[in-house]
Design a protein around this ligand. Structure first.
Ligand code: PLP
Length: 419
C-alpha cells in the first residue's frame, strides 16, 4: 500500500502545508507536465508573489525617482530593515544580530576581516575536508592575505567512512585548538547533508579561544536553527537556495549580540554601516550602527531585496516549526521508499538520524554508472543535482514539493536502474 501513487496522493491530501505548492511556479517539461523538481538546495523556485513585490519597486522608481528613498510605498532608505525581523526568526536570532546584505562569499570575507585575527601562535583555520569550494578558496585566500602558509586544518572522515564523527571534531579542536584562530563549518555540509552540533562546537571552540563561524547556505530555511542560543560568533548564508529569492540574490549574516557594541573590533566600513542619524552629513568619522547592521557597506539592491521580502512573507506565514515538521516527514518518506524499494542499488550517505540532517538526502548508486543514471532520470523530467565524483543530491523542499514528487522520483530511478 505504501508503495503506490494513491498512497502518496493521500499523504498530499492530508498535508497541512500542501496548498503552498500552488504559491510557486513549478517548471514545466516540453510535454507540458511539471518537472519533478528536487533541486531547491541549489536554486529555490519562484514564489508567485515575487513579481508583484518587484513590480511595486519598479513602479515606485518610475514614479518617484530619487524621492523613492523616502517616499516609495516601502521607502528604500530603510528597506533592508523590513526584512530583518522575519529573517531573524528563520534562523533563531535577535533582530540586532541579523542583516541582509551583499552575497555569501563576500560576507564570509567581511566577517573574516573582523573575526579572523591571526597571530604567530594562533593563525590556523579549521574547515571540513569536503567544504564547499568557494568557502575553501575564501579561507585559503585569507590565510595567504595575512601571510600564513599551511594554516588549513581539515576535518576528515575516518578511513572508509563518509561522514564526520562528532568525537573526531571534538578531538581535533581539543588537540589543535590553541593554534586555531577560526572554526568555519558548513551546516549542513553541502555534499553529505550532515548537520553538526554547532552549539557544542562553539562551546568547545570558545573554551580553546577560537572564533566560531558557520556557513548556513544549506541551513537557512531548511533547519530549525537557534543561532542566538548556539552562541556562535557569526554566520552567513545565501537566499537563493531554500529561501527562494532568485538567482544570485542578496545574502544575509548573523553576528552574535555579544559583539553588537564591540566597536573596537576591526572591520571594513562603508556608509550604510554608519549611524543613520548622521549618515548624510557626509563629514563625520565612521560611527558604526550597533549590531549586524554596522557591518553594511553599500546601499543595497532594492529589486533583489523585494524578492527576498516576497519569500519571507511566505516563511513567516508558515513558520519554521511547521515547515520543519513537514520536512522531516517528507524526507522520511523518501528515505523509506529508497530503503524498501532500492535497498541494494542505492546507498544513502546522509545521516539516518533526522536531527543530524535537513531535507536533503545524498545518494550513491552501488550498481551502474551513476552519471548515466543521473542523465537518464533528468531526461525523464527529474531535476536533481549531480556532484562529482558520485553523488546525486535530492532535496525535497517542504514548501513546494509534494509526496507525489518524491514517489515519482523513486519510481523513475527504480525503472532506470532496472534497465
Ligand atoms: C551555495 C554556496 C556558496 C555560494 O556562494 P555565493 O557567494 O553565494 O556564490 C558558498 N558556500 C556554500 C557552502 C554554498 O552552499
Amino acid at each position: 500500500m505504501e508503495h503506490t501513487l494513491a498512497y502518496a496522493q493521500q499523504l498530499d491530501a492530508r498535508d497541512e502545508l500542501g496548498s503552498y505548492r500552488n504559491k510557486f511556479h513549478i517548471p514545466t517539461q516540453k510535454n507540458g507536465e511539471p518537472h519533478t523538481y528536487l533541486c531547491g538546495n541549489s536554486l529555490g523556485l519562484q514564489p508567485k508573489n515575487t513579481k508583484q513585490y518587484i513590480q511595486q519597486e519598479l513602479e515606485d522608481w518610475a514614479n518617484y525617482g530619487v524621492e523613492g528613498h523616502l517616499h516609495a510605498r516601502n521607502p528604500w532608505l530603510p528597506y533592508h530593515e523590513f526584512l530583518t525581523g522575519k529573517m531573524a526568526k528563520i534562523v533563531g536570532a535577535k533582530p540586532i544580530e541579523v542583516v541582509v546584505m551583499n552575497t555569501l562569499s563576500v560576507n564570509l570575507h567581511l566577517l573574516m576581516a573582523t573575526f579572523y585575527r591571526p597571530t604567530e601562535e594562533r593563525f590556523k583555520i579549521l574547515i571540513e575536508s569536503d567544504a564547499f569550494p568557494s568557502d575553501r578558496y575564501a579561507v585559503e585566500s585569507q590565510l595567504n592575505f595575512h601571510g600564513y602558509e599551511n594554516g588549513l586544518v581539515e576535518l576528515k572522515p575516518r578511513e572508509g567512512e563518509i561522514l564526520l564523527r562528532h568525537e573526531d571534531i571534538e578531538a581535533t579542536i581539543e588537540k589543535e585548538g590553541n593554534e586555531i584562530a577560526l572554526i568555519l563549518i558548513g551546516c549542513p555540509n553541502y555534499y553529505t547533508g550532515q548537520v553538526f552540533n554547532i552549539k557544542k562546537i562553539a562551546e568547545l571552540g570558545h573554551s580553546k579561544g577560537c572564533m566560531v563561524g558557520i556557513d548556513l547556505a544549506h541551513g537557512a530555511g531548511n533547519l530549525k536553527l537557534e543561532l542566538h542560543d548556539s552562541n556562535i560568533d557569526f554566520a552567513a548564508w545565501c537566499t537563493y537556495k531554500y529561501l527562494n529569492s532568485g538567482p544570485g540574490s542578496v545574502g544575509a549574516c548573523f553576528i552574535h549580540e555579544k559583539h553588537a557594541e564591540a566597536f573596537e573590533l576591526p572591520r571594513f566600513a562603508g556608509w550604510w554601516g554608519h549611524n543613520k542619524e548622521t549618515r548624510f552629513g557626509m563629514r563625520d568619522d565612521f560611527d558604526p550602527i550597533p549590531g549586524a547592521e554596522g557591518w553594511q557597506l553599500s546601499n543595497p539592491p532594492i529589486l533583489s531585496l523585494a524578492a527576498i521580502r516576497a519569500s519571507l512573507a511566505i516563511f513567516d506565514e508558515v513558520g519554521m516549526d511547521a515547515l520543519h515538521k513537514k520536512s522531516t516527514q517528507l524526507t522520511g518518506y523518501l528515505e523509506y521508499l529508497l530503503e524498501t524499494l532500492l535497498k541494494n542499488e542505492v546507498d544513502i550517505i546522509t545521516p539516518k538520524n533526522p536531527p543530524e540532517r535537513g531535507c536533503q538526502l545524498s545518494l550513491q548508486l552501488t550498481k551502474g554508472e551513476g552519471k548515466m543514471v543521473f542523465e537518464a532520470i533528468t531526461q525523464r523530467g527529474v531535476i536533481a543535482d549531480w556532484r562529482e565524483p558520485n553523488v546525486i543530491r535530492i532535496a525535497p523542499a517542504p514548501l513546494y514539493n509534494s509526496y507525489e514528487d518524491v514517489y515519482n522520483f523513486v519510481m523513475i530511478l527504480k525503472e532506470e536502474l532496472e534497465k
